[in-house]
Write a protein that binds this ligand. Structure first.
Ligand SMILES: [Zn+2]
Ligand SMILES: [Zn+2]
Length: 243
């Protein structure tokens, strides 16, 4: 499987970039994980919209799903033009009324995710773990054969993440905060905490994402490194990993 960073900013995108969005590709299956602001435009640098099979949303904050509504229009136009034959499946939790809006005529179909039941898409199995965040939000673990990718989406510190990310090949961890911000903003992780999770879960590689619009990003890297000896990278548009 291959995962490509479409967007990595927290809150709002920098010029020509996007907030959270990752394109997961496996055996001809194209799955978008989160669909933040700027993702619809940027994603088209990597695949044509007719080739998108599914979207999985971690939660309904705008920086993770702002482009879902324009993506629905895109599906409508492509299907009306007969360029695309099948509707797009969108997966998200059903604990919020936003869920109903994922359904759009016969163009996009809302599918409820269930943290007790892993989701099977082709050869991929996706597990969910409930986060500590201001609204319901889930981390995801994507497994194929013996490979594991974990994407935290938005979360404050939570011990369950350690087990959930255990021995992951790739941990894409939110790092919205510098260590000095801990305690001032809740529901998000600092770079130091991201490093600590990576070390405690014994992951192979850590990627810092959901990056802030303040401070020096190099400091995030240094703070994560204080706690984790393995490979650490900062998310960048187009950066991808094959597992
Ligand atoms: Zn959020
Ligand atoms: Zn966010």
């Amino acid at each position: 499987m291959k995962i490509t960073t479409i967007g990595y900013w927290g809150a709002y995108p920098a010029a020509n970039e996007a907030t959270s969005g990752y394109l997961l590709q496996s055996e001809g299956e194209n799955i978008l994980i989160d669909c933040g602001s700027g993702v619809l435009s940027n994603m088209q640098n990597y695949i044509e919209l007719v080739a998108l099979d599914a979207v999985i949303l971690s939660h309904y904050h705008a920086d993770h799903m702002a482009d879902i509504y324009t993506l629905q229009y895109a599906m409508r136009i492509l299907m009306d033009l007969k360029k695309r034959k099948k509707p797009l499946h969108i997966y998200g939790h059903a604990e919020d009324k936003e869920f109903e809006k994922l359904h759009y005529y016969d163009y996009t179909i809302a599918n409820a995710i269930d943290e007790r039941k892993p989701l099977k898409l082709g050869e991929l199995t996706i597990f969910f773990n409930r986060n500590v965040h201001s609204d319901t939000c889930f981390s995801m673990r994507i497994e194929k054969k013996n490979k594991k990718i974990v994407y935290t989406a938005d979360t404050g510190w939570d011990d369950t993440l350690i087990k959930f990310a255990d021995k992951a090949d790739l941990l894409i961890c939110e790092s919205s905060l510098y260590n000095e911000n801990v305690g001032t903003i809740t529901g998000h992780l600092s770079a130091g905490e991201a490093g600590k999770i990576a070390a405690m879960a014994d992951v192979k590689q850590l990627v810092l994402s959901h990056l802030p619009h303040f401070g020096e990003h190099d400091d995030l890297l240094k703070q994560a490194r204080e706690n984790f000896d393995g490979k650490i990278e900062m998310a960048k548009t187009g950066m991808n990993w094959r597992l």
